[in-house]
Design a protein around this ligand. Structure first.
Ligand SMILES: Nc1ncnc2c1ncn2[C@@H]1O[C@H](COP(=O)(O)OP(=O)(O)OP(=O)(O)O)[C@@H](O)[C@H]1O
Length: 298
């Protein structure tokens, strides 16, 4: 499948500083793709370049196969973005805001406005003034605005910033619907792994303007290790029996050990022969967080 977005060796210099360094990645149709990195990593700069708010120093960006350098208008037509706070008239209602926006873009009729209002679940509040909206409602109105021209790619810079858990869940559900039911692609940025893990299909880890790694979230969220966690009746006795032959790491309730399957079978036999009850044998898997910490070293 042709990616909806490709960054090819994109760099950005500001003064003498390289803010983005040879960044290459691509986003597939129907996926939620995360840009994850600490403050100052370059997430916003990357997004600003994609949407044309900042020029590239090197490389190129393709949206739906069209280069933003050679045909920006055609490329950007396919994008809906919220970068920084979306512009809204707070003294107008949500609906009036969407009407205002539709006047600036061709081909958006009332049916389309009603459709996106429904989609972001603002129907009951759309005729209230925006100044009375919660942050979550403003976010949803921003999302509605982005969706009016049927973009193929949605770009949201820190969409969960300042939202409570319920608001975060709402955004997550909207993104899931848009990507899975409507085959839209979404890019979100955040510095919080826990949120990205819940929202994204894949996550690019960015540090000091460089792509460090891309991790898939779904399916292979947990990577198997050769470490086991074992709980038994008499930890003291276990220690006496096992430390001669095995390297074990004592925990509060049990111990961990690095071993093969065959080792574990042998070890369990030893414990049973010594009349020690085994309550639990659990293979430890690495979470995305473990891998993230390994990769970033922080
Ligand atoms: N206009 C500018 N002039 C000088 N430096 C800039 C400019 N814009 C960004 N930077 C620098 O580029 C780096 C990346 O900034 P950017 O805002 O892209 O990071 P970020 O990952 O989005 O971080 P945050 O989560 O804090 O928004 C930072 O070191 C920042 O200070």
């Amino acid at each position: 499948m042709e990616p909806i977005l490709s960054l090819n060796n994109v760099s950005k210099m500001i003064g003498k500083k390289k803010i983005i360094d040879q960044l290459s990645l691509s986003v597939q149709p129907g996926e939620v793709f995360g840009l994850l990195g600490p403050n100052g990593a370059g997430k916003t700069t990357t997004i600003r370049m994609i949407v044309g708010l900042m020029r590239l120093s090197e490389g190129d960006i393709f949206i739906g196969g069209t280069s933003i350098k050679s045909n920006f208008e055609q490329a950007i037509k396919q994008v809906g973005a919220i970068v920084e706070n979306p512009e809204m008239y707070k003294h107008l209602t949500g609906y009036q805001n969407l009407i205002q926006y539709s006047r600036m873009h061709k081909g958006i009729d009332r049916d389309k406005i009603n459709e996106v209002v429904d989609l972001v679940k603002l129907t009951d509040n759309i005729h209230r003034k925006v100044k009375t909206y919660s942050l979550g409602m403003r976010q949803r109105l921003g999302l509605a605005q982005c969706l009016l021209h049927d973009p193929k790619l949605l770009i949201l810079d820190e969409p969960t910033n300042g939202l409570d858990p319920a608001g975060i869940r709402e955004i997550r559900e909207h993104l899931r619907y848009l990507t899975k039911e409507r085959q839209m692609s979404v890019i979100v940025s955040s510095h919080l792994l826990s949120e990205m893990e819940m929202m994204c299909d894949r996550i690019a880890i960015i540090q000091q303007g460089k792509l460090i790694d891309i991790q898939s979230v779904k399916g292979e969220q947990e990577e198997q290790t050769n470490n086991y966690y074992i709980e038994t009746s008499d930890l003291g006795a276990v220690y006496e029996i096992l430390t001669k032959e095995w390297k074990i790491d004592r925990k509060a309730e049990g111990f961990t050990i690095e071993a093969t399957k065959e080792d574990i079978a042998k070890l369990l036999k030893q414990l049973i022969e010594a009349s020690i009850d085994v309550y639990l044998v659990n293979k430890i898997s690495k979470t995305l967080e473990d891998r993230f910490l390994e990769i970033t070293g922080s």
